[in-house]
Design a protein around this ligand. Structure first.
Ligand code: ADP
Length: 720
């Protein structure tokens, strides 16, 4: 009987398609196949095979199997689960899992090897080459060097037939971790936590632990021990360590390398595609055992994933907001459940969601309440900007400026934290009041002095800074309003002309190598003042850093967002936690116009639990996450009339359901992006409601016009 294959294509289609399996083709679930789609052939993955009973329509036949490592069953199940959870197209989730296959493998190496044939004209030089060639295939240049001859001698021997070119697949270079190397000698509370984690990671089954430890308590050391245990317990076990930022992956890669004597595989958008393909294949074959990566590494085709570590688990960067929408922390737990693996969520400021799960007993809760060794937590003081304001046109209050001078004089380092790239967040015309905005998004253009451009941070659109106001034509009338990191650098240079000052933002550090260099320079003490956005404010260890100045603590509190207070607390606790991580005690000064705000008071008192309890109470009272669930529907279109009509139809189609409230449509706070108008609906549901079922039913009731894009965001983190 003929066979039918259900094949998922990595495209935004609602479901997998049936194809006939060609006679004699040996196919299995997870195999890559070439499938006809309209006039094209596309790659797909077999998700089901069955006998062709009761098929009464003609099916197209598959063109055959593509010879690549198949997707393991756990990866396939995860892809389908992730799509269902996010109400997304399963093919989009599959596309995430196939991202490593976009490029061919790196070019094979061309080496030369002896053929066994004697050269027609033997010479002493030629004899030396042939002797050196006995060592095996090697690069022509290396061979010439060993034999002490010129490249021409090797070339002559190839022409003569005594040597020949051979190709060898480029070495992927995934060395086995050395499990005999000792880890750090753990202190008592680290040891207790590591033991629980090691048991969890080797017990063989699903389990989640929240590793809740203050900054500098040694969480990394502890989870590396859990990784060691998992790798030792099973010779094919694989470990995935997820980090929110590329800059942080670099630091952890170095620590993994030290701990296991072998570099882990690295996975993030900065890794070149041929290298990604090597990693993909090695992960699928099980020949690469430790991966350190950003959120998308969760979609790699692990052959035997035993442990996932989500470091800085509270971080909002784990949420992917465009394309296939997902939250890597939440999906890590789902994937581990599918694979029967363990998860460690590590943070000094865990999310309310994870605390809630730990309190409810669903996660093991492991606490490290002290910094390792003699390091103590920094002293934190609030600087009331109403009482001690900076001078006009300056951003550092006299209190913070004095502290920086003292720190520099003591030969120690300062970090100025301001979560704003560029020079100034707004440019306006003194003559007519015109604010410079981007033409297709209406958002303020941010001035960047290094490049002399005005940049839209939403879309990346930019223009050179004009000499005259484009609105009224006045010359030299454009003024820069407010500070960004570049402007703070300027101010720091005036304050400390002798100091070595650097800026760490996504503009100055564009790739992993750049991040590595800057972090190393800071750690080595080659920088006195680091002006940084959040790119540098988390995770790093700078032993000589003793002063952290938060320039504008109120920044993240503006704008209505369910998690504004929680996020501000996390970010500032992380930033201030950079201070005093070695012998010298640290301090942090937080500049604010609202010192009475609960977030500022909690930071000052270092009372995280009190703050979280108050937050939790407020969320519970209004049924917000984690006590209730949220989803957003975002409709956008270049045509405002079509968009309005569609949103009205959508509003009229809301299914009747208990325990669900739908708000909207409302103009999105970012009402125009890249020429598309945007409107939003917000859905709040009780935890008992099948939110995905509700959303799917709702979407099925409307037809989405071609000019409209409708996005569903389950568990939204952005409300813009
Ligand atoms: P966290 O991840 O909790 O912020 P880290 O694991 O980065 O903390 O540890 C902070 C610093 O203390 C690091 O430099 C680390 O190497 C050091 N450290 C932590 N625990 C130990 C230990 N048991 N022995 C030696 N050094 C340690």
């Amino acid at each position: 009987m003929a066979l039918v294959a259900r094949v998922l294509l990595p495209l935004p289609l609602p479901e997998a398609f049936d194809y006939l399996v060609p006679e004699g083709a040996e196919l299995a679930v997870g195999d890559h196949v070439a499938a006809p789609l309209g006039p094209r052939l596309v790659r797909g993955v077999v998700v089901e095979l069955r006998e062709a009973h009761g098929i009464n329509r003609p099916l197209k036949a598959l063109q055959g199997r593509i010879d690549e490592p198949p997707l393991p069953p756990g990866t396939l199940a995860f892809v389908e689960w992730a799509a269902r959870y996010g109400c997304g197209a399963p093919g989009e989730a599959l596309a995430m899992a196939l991202r490593g296959l976009r490029a061919p493998l790196p070019n094979p190496e061309r080496l030369v090897a002896a053929t066994g044939q004697a050269p027609a004209k033997p010479t002493p030089a030629r004899a030396r080459v042939l002797e050196a060639a006995l060592a095996g295939p090697q690069k022509a240049a290396a061979l010439a060097l060993t034999a002490g001859v010129s490249a021409g001698v090797v070339k002559g021997l190839i022409e003569d037939g005594a040597l020949a070119w051979v190709e060898r697949a480029a070495d992927a270079g995934f060395a086995e971790p050395d499990l005999t190397l000792p880890g750090a000698t753990l202190n008592a509370s680290q040891k207790a936590a590591a033991t629980v984690l090691a048991d969890l990671a080797t017990a063989g089954g699903f389990g989640v632990a929240l590793l809740d430890g203050v900054t500098g308590s040694g969480k990394t050391e502890v989870y590396l021990e859990a990784a060691a245990a998992a790798l030792a317990a099973d010779p094919s076990a694989q470990v995935l360590i997820l980090l929110p930022e590329i800059a942080l992956t670099q630091a952890v890669i170095a620590r993994v390398e030290t701990r296991f004597g072998a570099a882990p595989a690295e996975w993030h958008s900065g890794v070149a595609s041929p290298r990604r393909r090597q990693v993909w294949e090695a992960v699928a074959r099980g020949s690469c055992r430790i991966v350190v990566g950003a959120r998308s590494a969760l979609f790699l085709p692990f052959a035997n994933l035993r442990l996932i570590v989500v470091d800085e688990e509270h971080d909002g960067s784990f949420k992917q907001e465009d394309g296939f929408i997902y939250h890597a922390r939440d999906l890590a737990v789902a994937r581990a459940k599918i694979e029967g693996a363990a998860v460690v969520l590590a943070s000094a400021t865990p999310s309310l969601e994870s605390i809630w799960n730990a309190q409810g007993g669903r996660y093991r809760w492991l606490k490290l309440s002290k910094r390792h060794g003699t390091a103590t937590l920094p002293e934190i003081a609030l600087v009331d900007l109403r009482e001690t304001p900076p001078e006009a046109g300056r951003w550092l209050s006299p209190v913070l400026a004095r502290a920086m001078v003292e720190t520099f004089a003591a030969g120690e380092q300062s970090l100025l934290f301001l979560n704003r790239r560029g020079y100034a967040p707004l440019v306006l015309c003194r003559a007519c009041g015109e604010r410079m905005t981007s033409p297709d998004s209406q958002s303020w253009l941010v001035e960047h002095r290094y490049t002399g451009r005005l940049v839209c941070h939403l879309t990346g659109w930019s223009m050179p800074k004009p000499l005259a106001c484009p609105h009224c034509g006045a010359k030299d009338s454009l003024v820069s309003i407010g500070p960004g990191v570049e402007r703070l650098e300027e101010e720091a240079r005036i304050l400390l002309p002798e100091a070595r000052i650097a800026v760490f933002s996504s503009d100055t550090v564009q790739d992993a190598a750049g991040a590595r260099t800057l972090v190393a320079r800071m750690a080595e003490g080659e920088i006195d003042v680091l002006v940084a956005t959040q790119a540098a404010a988390k995770g790093h260890n700078f032993p000589r850093l003793t002063l952290v100045g938060v320039v504008d603590a109120d920044l993240g509190l503006r704008g209505g967002d369910l998690r504004a207070a929680e996020r501000t607390y996390q970010l500032l606790a992380q930033a201030t936690g950079r201070a005093g991580r070695a012998e010298r005690p640290g301090r942090a000064l937080i500049q604010t116009y609202a010192p009475e705000h609960a977030v500022m008071q909690a930071l000052k008192a270092q009372d995280r639990d009190g703050f979280l309890a108050a937050e939790a109470e407020a969320r519970e009272a209004s049924g917000l996450p984690p006590y209730g669930r949220l989803a957003a529907l975002i409709a956008s279109s270049p045509d405002p009339v079509v968009l309005d009509a569609f949103c009205q139809a959508l509003a009229a189609a809301v299914p009747n359901a208990e325990g669900v409230e739908v708000y909207g449509p409302a103009d999105a706070p970012l009402g125009l992006i890249r020429g598309r108008r945007r409107k939003r609906f917000l859905v709040r549901a009780d935890r008992t409601v099948d939110l995905q079922g509700f959303l799917t039913a709702w979407r099925a009731r409307v037809r989405v016009p071609g000019a409209v894009r409708l996005t569903i965001d389950v568990d939204p983190y952005s409300f813009l």
